[in-house]
Design a binder for this molecule. Structure first.
Ligand SMILES: Cc1cc2nc3c(=O)[nH]c(=O)nc-3n(C[C@H](O)[C@H](O)[C@H](O)COP(=O)(O)O)c2cc1C
Length: 318
């Protein structure tokens, strides 16, 4: 059996170092992670707090690629070289962020209608680069046709790989992924291409794998958070995983402990964990009711009580 290269997607507010480390302690099957973006900043002084999630001592469990959101080559280079000095070998450039506040400032997916700006940015940045650069992109901001002008730009530079989420920016995270357009990217981009988008179960993965055997990797985001056993299922090509309830509960408790150490007050821990249940609940038969009950918890004690009821009660892990 061949192993598939599985990559944990960056999800700001979810797949930070606490999550990545807890995931590695309890599950298998993921080869590396692209970390949620850090924004480039004016000036040469980058405070350690800006890079807290990427502190090398907290990132030894899983191989991590930092990601930068920027449209300024000097700022990008300064931040990238700081990260290379910390020991990272590859930096990923975010060309996918769909949020209007970001995109309107020509950052993330907001750069995609401007291939000349991307060209200039790559040209200037790569001159001073001491490591590898990869890109995570959508098909375009407004239309998948934008990719026709982006591919020749990507192909002009020595990129380590291009991760493609085949949606447009304006689609945000809904609507269908455009597999025909991904096929074009896979054929025409001269760098290794990684697929990302909607891998939420084994069947979807197998469909994609048989359709795109030359994809150099598979990036999983929401599907993995909802079902952290998914990488093991994919690697072993089976749905049968033993002791799921017990393993998931231990992972969950580890996450809570990690965030209690990281955040100053219980309110932040509570907010973060409630965020996770938006995804976790999808794998419980009675997900909606569970989320409602957990959202009502106004203290960590009440939260724990609600979660214990989930694990001990009828709401067995699907
Ligand atoms: C809450 C949230 C935060 C995200 N943060 C980032 C980010 O920091 N950088 C990035 O490139 N993509 C980010 N994404 C996009 C995901 O990495 C991924 O491309 C998208 O969710 C599609 O993959 P999936 O269907 O496997 O989740 C985010 C998505 C969500 C839902």
């Amino acid at each position: 059996m061949t192993t598939k290269r599985l990559i944990l997607a960056p999800l700001r507010g979810f797949t930070d170092a606490v999550f990545r480390n807890a995931f590695q302690r309890h599950f298998q099957g993921v080869d590396e992670a692209v970390a949620p973006f850090v924004t480039s900043i004016k000036g040469r002084r980058i405070k350690p707090s800006h890079l807290r999630d990427l502190a090398p001592d907290d990132n030894r469990a899983m191989s991590v690629v930092p990601q930068i959101l920027s449209n300024n080559p000097d700022e990008f280079l300064c931040l990238a070289n700081t990260l290379f000095d910390l020991g990272y070998r590859e930096i990923n450039w975010n060309l996918g962020c769909p949020f209007p506040m970001v995109a309107k400032k020509k950052r993330g997916s907001g750069l995609l209608p401007h291939p000349d700006s991307i060209d200039r940015m790559l040209d200037k940045t790569l001159h001073g680069f001491t490591g590898n650069l990869s890109i995570k992109t959508r098909l375009g901001r407004f239309s998948g046709d934008e990719m026709d002008r982006l591919i020749p730009v990507f192909n002009r530079y020595p990129l380590a790989r291009v991760i493609v989420h085949p949606r447009t920016g304006v689609q945000m995270y809904t609507g269908r992924v455009d597999l025909e357009a991904f096929d074009v990217c896979l054929t025409q981009i001269s760098h290794p291409v990684v697929y990302n988008g909607d891998i939420s179960d084994l069947a979807m993965f197998q469909l994609l794998e048989s359709r795109f055997p030359s994809s150099s990797g598979w990036m999983l985001g929401r599907g993995l958070i909802a079902n952290p056993f998914l990488p093991e299922m994919i690697q072993s090509a089976t749905r049968i995983i033993c002791h799921r309830n017990t393993r998931f509960k231990k992972f969950h408790d580890d996450l809570v402990d990690g965030y209690r150490r990281q955040f100053s007050g219980p309110g932040h821990v509570l907010d973060r964990m409630k965020g996770f249940w938006f995804y976790f609940a999808a794998n419980f038969p009675d997900g909606r009711r569970i989320v409602k009950r957990i959202r009502k918890a106004d203290s960590l004690d009440r939260y724990r009580h609600a979660v214990t009821a989930v694990f001990d009660g009828q709401d067995r892990w699907g």
